[in-house]
Ligand binder design. Structure first.
Ligand code: COA
Length: 147
């Protein structure tokens, strides 16, 4: 399968955010306040010119961090159900990690949905702190990786 990864706008992420992360909720719920952050960037993975996987990277302090180091938060990581389990999520996140290293970022962290913790573990992310609830989405685990 031939796929292409490139930087996209927040709006281009909406169809995948809606189908995977905001199912059954209004389209307006697909806009994140972070999309307004001019230093935030979004990646899209395309298969046959269809966007099937997305991830957004927002410059934001890692809450558990003691010293000031450039860090990013991952948000809106999603792969269309029809394309899950084929290595595409891992490929997209790996591409993002390479870009962050080029930007000399030190840490990538996220509030991982409980169902995605194993996915991040496979990519060598570590868990930190207790599980917590983000209504209406559900239980999350903070995870991070030093770059
Ligand atoms: C989680 C998600 C982004 C993973 O993307 P994906 O393309 O399906 O994952 P990949 O095929 O690249 O998987 C990479 C590895 O992680 C494993 N993995 C992926 N999702 C997993 C899951 N939910 N639970 C356990 N393992 C998982 C795969 O088996 C694979 O392992 P391997 O390298 O040993 O074969 C995708 O399934 C998804 O969009 N899920 C729903 C939305 C979501 O939870 N997003 C994360 C929000 S924090």
């Amino acid at each position: 399968m031939k796929e292409l990864i490139k930087e996209v706008s927040a709006k281009e992420c909406f169809p995948v955010r809606h189908a995977v992360l905001r199912k059954g909720r209004p389209l307006s719920s697909c806009a994140f306040e972070d999309d307004q952050n001019e230093y935030c960037f979004h990646l899209g993975l395309f298969v046959k010119s269809e966007i099937v996987a997305i991830a957004s990277f927002i410059p934001r302090k890692f809450p558990e961090q003691k010293t000031v180091q450039p860090s990013y938060q991952l948000r809106g990581m999603a792969v269309l159900e029809s394309h899950q389990g084929r290595g595409l999520g891992g490929k997209l996140l790996g591409y993002g990690l390479d870009l962050l290293k080029e930007k000399e970022a030190s840490i990538l962290w996220m509030n991982a949905r409980i169902g995605a913790v194993e996915f991040y573990q496979k990519l060598q992310f570590s868990s930190i702190g207790d599980l917590f609830d983000i209504p209406p989405i559900g239980i999350h685990q903070r995870m991070y990786k030093v770059l």
